[in-house]
Design a protein around this ligand. Sequence first.
Ligand code: PLP
Length: 374
Amino acid sequence: MPEEPHVESLLAQGYHFVDPDTGAIVPPIHLSATFHHSVDEFGYRRESSPTTATAEKMLAQLNGGPTLAFASGISAAAAILETVRSGERIVAHHTVYQGIKRWMLRQADRRGVAVSFVDVRDAEAVRASVRPGETVLVWTEVVVNPTCEVVDVRALAEVTHAAGARLAVDATFTPPLTIRPLEFGADLVMQSATKYLNGHSDVVAGVVTARAGDPVFEDLRTVRKLTGSILHPLDAWLLMRGMRTLGLRFERASANALLVARHFENHPALERVSYPGLPSHPDHAVAAGELTGGFGGMMALYVRGGREQAIRVAEAVQLIVRATSLGGVESLIEHRAAFEADVNPVPENLLRLSVGIENPQDLIADLEQALSEA
Ligand SMILES: *Cc1c(COP(=O)(O)O)cnc(C)c1O
């Protein structure tokens, strides 16, 4: 091959998969829970098995480091957090995916792990919060769920490393087609593969990739084995199927979202549209610098009139689906404060919109009618 193919080419071909035994160009599904002792590579499925291992090989190339696949995004995140010992400290962005934040708060409560929440976009605030020798982990998302703030990963990695800590990045909103956080200095990247990587709202899965050579990787493998949180082979197979179209899906979702965001940016029924691709977004310069393959399909709509009005708008959509989750081919909308205002500073008038791959004019028309109907 003349040069290394682009990532969307690799994805479309399942990383040029060819089964050595049969020539099949689609990986087989192996459900066996146990493996003959004459084979070294696999023993028991709670530790590793062939179909999940094939998915991990693809994910490792995608993220750029050794990779483990988990039963959910949350179990992937929990494995990282589990490596923190009592007495050690975590610094995290003030808004963290709510389930992960609940885990952090539980660790603080039950395990004596100190967690401080700051605006990690503010380097001074991070510097003031990290304690060299005690803070072992800094946690952020690239584009933050659900506010769509954007974090400068490279800048945060510098402050984190100066304190001797690891930077873990939840890149669920921003698949590796647009940013590979390890290349920006992150030490661990985690994704809910339930979202963009699979993209069809029919799998729950999580991924952790470490920087090559980081000893924490073996610790993560141990946590996965001891908690039984490995990804099931059928889900691993569906995930590989979904990843083949990630390039197309993410490109279309990003293009659609930009059209939707531009259309509604100055809409009288909205206070604001938070979309990283809009020049009016406060973090747009950071986003433009690090999201090189599209700004994604996620945006936050701040509805004029507060909580009740926002809920009415969510109830008034007819094409867009009112459901939780994101990153799938179908557009989803949700009033987030209902689910997380107890742990995250999420405005009551915020609707999270996950833009899918439908015709953008249909999405715009549906939101227009919902805003005028509500
Ligand atoms: C959904 C999500 C998770 C959790 O992933 P699950 O697969 O639902 O367990 C973690 N982080 C972010 C940013 C998410 O959107």
